[in-house]
Design a protein around this ligand. Structure first.
Ligand code: ACO
Length: 178
């Protein structure tokens, strides 16, 4: 079992999921990006310890706007996020999230969140003032400002032909038909 498998298992346990949604094999078959926060000063010396991880990826989704119209979009999605139990509420989650936002060049309002836990909803509210959601019929949560902040390229709303080559990993959300 790889470190990525171990992290996926720990995250699933923390979220009471029936099975991990992050594993080494899934990382190989999906175009997801995993940001890992490591404490280099931790023992054993030289090896350090992993504090947590954040997995993101672009997904084609249908999302409802505030007029309940369906929009096909391809936002960056928060797919899995975990900080070790002993280190939660010490600011590590925010540090990791900030790093991801900078690297991916996205604003918090542009994100779609896959089945956020209560802890994550509180986290997003506290650090990024994300509170008012736009109701959806799938498992993804988007916040007020999502449509205003979308831009061309990655993002939407837009109506391209379906790209069958990038069928997303299904996690229960409404996704593009194959
Ligand atoms: N209860 C309520 N709110 C919490 C909790 C908790 N146990 N833990 C963190 N938060 C929220 C609060 O807003 C908290 O602020 P407060 O302490 O002033 O109330 C804030 O997060 C703390 O911010 P950070 O210290 O930067 O966050 P942390 O390092 O704890 O990371 C994370 C946040 C990733 C949600 C972490 O708590 C965690 O791993 N939780 C368990 C797994 C989980 O729920 N992951 C999200 C799953 S959903 C998804 O991944 C799409």
């Amino acid at each position: 079992m790889t470190i990525i498998d171990e992290l996926g298992k720990a995250s699933a346990k923390a979220q009471h999921l029936p099975a991990p949604i992050t594993s080494a094999s899934r990382m190989q078959s999906n175009r997801h990006v995993m940001y890992i926060l490591k404490d280099t000063s931790a023992r054993p010396a030289g090896k350090g310890a992993i504090v947590g991880f954040l997995k993101v990826g672009y997904k084609k989704l249908f999302v409802l706007d505030d007029r309940e119209a369906h929009n096909e979009v391809e936002p960056l999605c928060i797919l899995d996020f975990y900080i070790h139990e002993s280190l939660q509420r010490h600011g590590h989650g925010r540090e990791l999230f900030q790093h991801m936002l900078q690297k991916e060049r996205v604003e918090p309002h542009q994100l779609a969140i896959d089945r956020p836990s209560q802890k994550l909803l509180k986290f997003l509210n506290k650090h990024y003032n994300l509170e008012t959601t736009v109701p959806q019929v799938n498992n993804f949560v988007i916040f007020e400002g999502f449509f205003a902040h979308q831009h061309q390229g990655h993002g939407g709303p837009r109506w391209p032909g379906w790209d069958h080559s990038t069928a997303p990993e299904s996690q229960g959300g409404l996704t593009a038909p194959t």
